[in-house]
Design a protein around this ligand. Structure first.
Ligand SMILES: CC(=O)SCCNC(=O)CCNC(=O)[C@H](O)C(C)(C)COP(=O)(O)OP(=O)(O)OC[C@H]1O[C@@H](n2cnc3c(N)ncnc32)[C@H](O)[C@@H]1OP(=O)(O)O
Ligand SMILES: O=C([O-])CC(=O)C(=O)O
Length: 372
């Protein structure tokens, strides 16, 4: 038995949710470029969960169900108030809160398809509210109730700030949610599938996935990109900063990808959005710095930007706190996790690969008194 490091190139499951073929990303066969330009996030949720785009009635139904389930239990709000908020990363807070949601759901261990679908609606509806409630509580503010006439993108911005968001902000945020919704067997989705393939419950699967998304080699990279841009500080410092990092063999966050070889098709949409928002806010510094970093990294290392690179300057232009960038990724990606979890339950087999053992052999038990 020989191991494939990081399971690179290993095909671990079949899936009809999304595909990456020849650097082209599709959700259920729909090209991401088309969806980014035309679809609402709710349409994408429906597409990922049902394999087809919704009719008007179906879209209205799923929007109503999401709106009806977007409130979070008071106990979780009270729980957030107990944290030493300056020290808790929002990803850790929502990881715990999603696990807690399972405690308030009498159907948590009901594995029937209907109950699992209801839980999927609940998780998708409540995750944005969890993120914005946490963000407000740590600022000493009370959470804002989601509005039933708003979709997920508008409600996220509204419950974050308490103010009616501009149509430009809602459009940009919706597009970001569409672009991040699913991505074949990425690390967090694989984690979710491994977890529920033991026939564990949906809350466990999503909690595990949030843990995997948090790391800087995956979803955590968008926050790390903003940290890097802050350290660079000015477009003129970009060259020396990146060269120094590369000479120390450090990774440049937001670049490279395990699957894409000629670039991530989502990055161009985020680049465009970053430019548009920087023109609107009149603060083009972050976009220009990002462009310069891209120029240097692609020429030095032939590494194109991934989805996390320009999402950083997009969210920054929308006035969002930097440590909420990865939780926003989760607000979108939970749609994909849930699609994969439901798909896994439909045709389940335990996921249990093998390890290529490299430890010592033929050891003999030595009584403790004789050990050196
Ligand atoms: C939503 C997402 O999860 S997208 C990915 C988000 N993560 C990041 O942006 C973090 C930065 N990028 C990376 O760490 C990597 O490109 C990954 C983890 C995304 C994928 O990488 P892998 O397929 O595992 O490649 P691996 O890490 O083995 O790198 C292969 C080579 O490319 C180099 N490389 C890869 N990414 C980068 C980078 N961002 N900066 C500098 N060098 C890089 C590695 O140093 C390595 O070089 P070597 O062969 O000379 O040692
Ligand atoms: O697919 C991956 O490995 C990472 C990624 O881009 C994503 O999860 O969106």
């Amino acid at each position: 038995m020989t191991a494939t490091r990081g399971l690179e190139g290993v095909v671990a499951t079949t899936s009809a949710v999304s595909s990456i073929i020849d650097d082209t990303l599709t959700y259920a066969g729909y090209n991401i470029d088309d969806l980014a330009d035309h679809a609402s996030f709710e349409e994408v949720i429906y597409l990922l969960w049902h394999g087809k785009l919704p009719t008007e009635d179906q879209l209205r139904d799923i929007k109503d169900q999401l709106a009806d389930n977007s409130r979070i239990p008071n106990e979780i709000v009270e729980h957030f108030k107990q944290y030493n908020v300056s020290e808790v990363h929002p990803m850790a807070a929502i990881r715990t809160a999603v696990s807690m949601l399972g405690l308030f759901d009498p159907e948590a261990d009901d594995m029937s398809p209907d109950a699992n679908y209801r839980k999927a609606i609940c998780l998708q509806a409540k995750l944005p509210t969890l993120v914005t409630a946490f963000s407000r509580i740590r600022k000493g503010l009370e959470p804002v109730e989601p509005r039933s006439d708003y979709g997920i993108a508008a409600n996220f911005l509204y419950t974050l700030t308490g103010e009616e968001p501009s149509s430009v902000a809602v459009e940009a945020f919706n597009k970001a949610l569409v672009l991040h919704a699913d991505h074949e067997l990425n690390a967090s989705t694989f984690t979710a599938r491994v977890c529920v393939a033991t026939l564990s419950d949906i809350y466990s699967g999503v909690t595990a996935a949030i843990g995997a998304l948090k790391g800087p080699l995956h979803g955590g990279a968008n926050e790390a990109v903003m940290k890097m841009l802050n350290e660079i500080g000015d477009v003129e410092n970009a060259e020396s900063y990146i060269q120094a990092k590369l000479s120390r063999k450090e990774k440049i966050m937001g670049f490279g990808h395990r699957v894409y070889r000629n670039g991530d098709p989502r990055a161009k949409h985020l680049r465009e959005m970053s430019e548009k928002l920087s023109n609107l806010t009149g603060d083009s510094k972050w976009y220009e710095m990002s462009l310069r970093v891209e120029e240097i990294v692609t020429s030095e290392k032939s590494l194109p930007p991934n989805v996390d690179f320009y999402s950083a300057s997009v969210y920054h232009s929308l006035g969002i706190d930097h440590d909420l960038f990865t939780p926003i990724f989760a607000v979108s990606r939970v749609s994909g996790w849930l699609a994969h979890i439901l798909e896994q339950y439909e045709n389940n087999r335990l996921i249990r690969p093998r390890a290529d053992y490299t430890g010592p052999d033929k050891q003999r038990y030595v009584p403790i008194a004789e050990r050196s």
